[in-house]
Design a protein around this ligand. Structure first.
Ligand SMILES: Cc1cc2nc3c(=O)[nH]c(=O)nc-3n(C[C@H](O)[C@H](O)[C@H](O)COP(=O)(O)OP(=O)(O)OC[C@H]3O[C@@H](n4cnc5c(N)ncnc54)[C@H](O)[C@@H]3O)c2cc1C
Length: 275
């Protein structure tokens, strides 16, 4: 779509050269920005020229830069001890995607969109990702980068903790989370529809630190952590306590009772698989 409110696209090479003001918006892959009118935006600030490596693997974990495209995450091959890397592709496949989104959209742009069916939110929340946020360019010297877990970054449907001009610079997936066993299930009302529920659990080798992540069925991702793999009854009770009937997300992709039902059903499948 031609955006007729945009008068300038800036392509800075360094953060310092940006003079931010109202009407500016960060440009990731642009797949959402160019999909509908952006009446409040007159200037796009393209992240593409900063030259950040898309993916950086260290002993600490995997850092996903703001410019990392979905296809680059798909092509990533991790060390064998990072047993959760195959989850990348499973979540990417859960994404309702065209060729353009696959090749142009960024992982971080998907997180910033903060939609319930954001498969990169499900992935990075389940792998205990931590966002590094850079303050609005040109802000006073006390504007320092801050860290926010992905699970707390998204606050609701299309809402998040980003402040005006703040940049989600990168997401770190810790090596400890990447090394856990995992299981994932996803369901949509229609064959190629958006996810109605995307459920992931990770667990340590001895059944310790069982982390259940419920997403798509709820407005924002939800973590339920157990010291060891729970019984079916323990898990059901924990889900019901954390998510009462009005906490499930109702939209054209499924009613709240449907999403609650399939989430329980899929979570139990995952629990059995990992037990
Ligand atoms: C046909 C179609 C199908 C889609 N299907 C889905 C789907 O199934 N699930 C889903 O979640 N989304 C979907 N989307 C929405 C969107 O395309 C994706 O969420 C995509 O991943 C966004 O990434 P992007 O890099 O293109 O973001 P952009 O379009 O570049 O940016 C999206 C928003 O995030 C901001 N932004 C981008 N990067 C940063 C950053 N680093 N820091 C701060 N703000 C930033 C932008 O200013 C903008 O407001 C779909 C869109 C289309 C057109």
């Amino acid at each position: 779509m031609n955006l007729n409110t945009i008068v300038e696209v800036k392509r800075p090479k360094s953060f310092e050269e940006i003079e931010w003001r109202d009407g500016h918006a960060w440009l990731g892959g642009g797949t959402w920005l160019f999909s509908e009118p952006q009446v409040a935006t007159d200037t796009l600030v393209d992240l593409g020229k900063f030259g950040w490596p898309a993916l950086t693997a260290t002993a600490e974990g995997l850092e996903i830069a703001a410019t990392c495209r979905i296809v680059e995450l798909h092509d990533f091959k991790g060390p064998p001890e990072w047993r959760a890397v195959p989850l990348f592709d499973q979540c990417i496949d859960a994404f309702l995607m065209s060729f353009k989104i696959w090749n142009a959209a960024t992982v971080v742009g998907n997180v910033c969109m903060s939609l319930p069916a954001g498969a990169m939110i499900s992935l990075t929340a389940a792998l205990e990702g931590v966002c590094t946020l850079w303050p609005q360019p040109g802000q006073s010297k006390d504007g320092k980068p801050r860290q926010v877990p992905v699970v707390d970054f998204v606050t609701g449907v299309h809402t998040n903790v980003l402040q005006k001009g703040e940049l989600l610079r990168s997401i770190l997936l810790p090596a400890a989370a990447l090394s856990k066993r995992f299981a994932m299930r996803q369901v949509s009302l229609t064959r190629h529809g958006r996810s109605a529920a995307l459920i992931i659990a990770t667990v340590g080798d001895g059944g310790e630190d069982f982390l259940l992540t419920i997403s798509a069925a709820t407005p924002r991702p939800v973590h339920l952590r157990f010291k060891k793999t729970p019984s079916a009854a323990e898990m059901r009770q924990a889900i019901d306590e954390r998510l009462p009937p009005d906490a499930w997300y109702q939209d054209v992709h499924g009613s709240a009772p449907y999403k609650r039902h399939v989430s329980h059903y899929l979570a139990e499948q995952i629990r059995v698989e990992l037990s």
